[in-house]
Structures are given as C-alpha cells and as structure tokens.
Design a protein around this ligand. Sequence first.
Ligand code: FAD
Length: 303
Amino acid sequence: MPDYAVLDAALTRVGVPFTKEESMAAHTSFKIGGPADRFLRIADAAALSAALRALREAAVPYFVLGNGSNLLVPDEGLRGAVLALEGSFKAVELTGSGRLLCGSGASLASICAFARSNALTGLEFAWGIPGSLGGALYMNAGAYGGEMKQVVSRVWFLEPDGTPASLAGEALCFGYRTSAFTNTKRVITKAELQLESGAEAEIAVKMDDLMQRRKSKQPVELPSAGSVFKRPEGHFAGSLIESCGLKGCAVGGACVSEKHAGFIVNRGGATCADVEKLIEHIQETVLRETGVQLEPEIRRVRL
Ligand code: FAD
C-alpha cells in the first residue's frame, strides 16, 4: 500500500521539493489531465537517487515526465508521483569534436539551438518537436527523415532500484517510436549526441525551412499531443483518417484537426474521456472503411 506520510517525510528530509494534487493539465501540451497525488521537482542526480529511494520505501508508483508533449493523462489524475527533471538536468555542453553531453530535461529546442550556434549539423530534424531529450529518447522521436537513433551515441539512466547504468549502439534498441526505455521504469538522466561540423547559416536555413513546413501543415496553434497514431505500414494515418471523412469529427472538446487529420486538437475543455472516445471512433471507422488498424503513438499514462 502506498504510504504518502512516509514519502512526504522522506522527501522533506532529503530536500526534494514537491506539491500535492498538482493538475497535470498544466504540464501536458494537450492541456488535459487530472491531479497527480505528488509532483516532485528534481534538481540533480543526487536528488533523483534520493527520490527513487523514498518512493521505494513508501511503495508509491512513479511516472517520469518530459515536456508532456506526447501524453494523455486520465481525468481522474494519477495515484502516485510524477517526477519532473529540472535544474542540472537541463544542461547542454560541448565535450569534444561534434560531441554534446545533454541532460535529459533539456528541451530539444535548446539542444538544436545550441548545435546551430556551434555550427553542428545532424539534429535539424528535431527543430519543432516540442519534447525534452528524455522524452525524445524514450520515443525515438523523429521527423522529416531524421530520428534520435541517428545522433545518439550513449544514454545514461537509473534502473528503478536506483542502480546507475548506460547503454550505447544496438543495445539502445531504437525502433519506430520505441527504445530500450519503452514500457520500463528506467529514468534517463543524460545522453551523448554525436553531430558533424557544418555551416551555421546552412543549418539555420534548414531549421527555418522545417519549422515553416511544420507550421503550414500542423495545427500548432491549438493544444494537441502531436500525431495520435503511428504511421501504418504503406500508409499515412492522416490520409486514411481524412479519406474516411473524419476531419472535424468531434467528441466534446476533442476534435480531429481540420488542418491535419492525424492530429486530435483540444478546441476547449476537452477531457481525456473525450479524446479516448474519439480515438476509438477513428480506429473503428478506419478499420471498417480501409481495413487498416491504427495504433496510437500518444502515451496514455497509467501508474
Ligand atoms: P513526454 O510526453 O513527457 O513523455 C513521453 C514518454 O517519455 C513518457 O512515457 C515518459 O515517461 C517518457 N520520458 C520522458 N522523459 C523521460 C526520462 N527522462 N526518462 C525516462 N522516460 C522519460 N514526435 C515526433 O516523434 N515527431 C514529431 O514531428 C512530433 N511533432 C509533434 C508536434 C506537436 C505539435 C506535438 C504536440 C507533439 C509532437 N510530437 C512529435 C510528439 C512529442 O513531442 C514527442 O514524442 C516527444 O519526444 C515527447 O517528448 P516529451 O519530453 O514531451 O515526453
């Protein structure tokens, strides 16, 4: 049985700040999600180890939050603790020729901007993906022909029991939106990225171009969690959904984007239940009309 009194006392003792009943809608790009019992702000590696120890001692389940840009959090919230990696986890530094060492809490935007200003090429594809490095590694995020797999050389993490470990190369098991971290309780702490020397002006032009393409095709002005479904073999999810006449189809405040049918947007007041019903309706319709089974890419958070 989770013992929150034990957890609170242990966190206070080791100086890890936390809040109670923290609305997850404030921490997700969908602006959806009920309260988390505990929300822990973790500043550095020592605080992370102490927090994992406290969670184990109190038998409280946890979830590691990145930027919350690929998540669907239940309306009833989360009975457990959410870990937000802040402080030194946001650091980005140049450690060698084309080599960056980045904290898992750093945003892809800050890492891309750092790479550009150091005339390093290879990460432009990630410009505009609104995630943190940790979330991007967990998901093997990708766009416009690039994916994290191509630029990551080593990832450091903690096993759920707090044991530090690292993985490199094939052992990272990167696949289409999956990695060695998918469906585990491992906590990614940092990663080394290997980029190539380039020309800052050319890198900037490529980044601007990709951002422009993104803004012209995606409903970036409305809350969403990006593409709802994985790309089915031989198809595009958005085209299949559009071909079934589902653009604009809505359940409550959740609506299939008119701009890109692969996105569900929160047009105001959407609940997790609205999104889940809409996902189900899209899956059933697309299967019936086209024979293709769509598989969600967004992560439904369960503790
Ligand atoms: P979160 O959504 O917070 O979490 C995702 C998963 O990663 C969770 O299971 C979480 O527990 C885990 N996680 C996060 N940090 C850690 C950590 N430190 N250790 C262990 N596990 C961790 N995705 C793409 O791939 N390509 C795109 O082009 C793209 N475009 C998007 C456009 C929009 C407008 C939006 C809203 C989303 C888009 N996404 C895209 C989806 C999303 O941005 C990516 O999946 C991103 O990698 C998620 O990162 P995050 O930090 O927000 O992770």
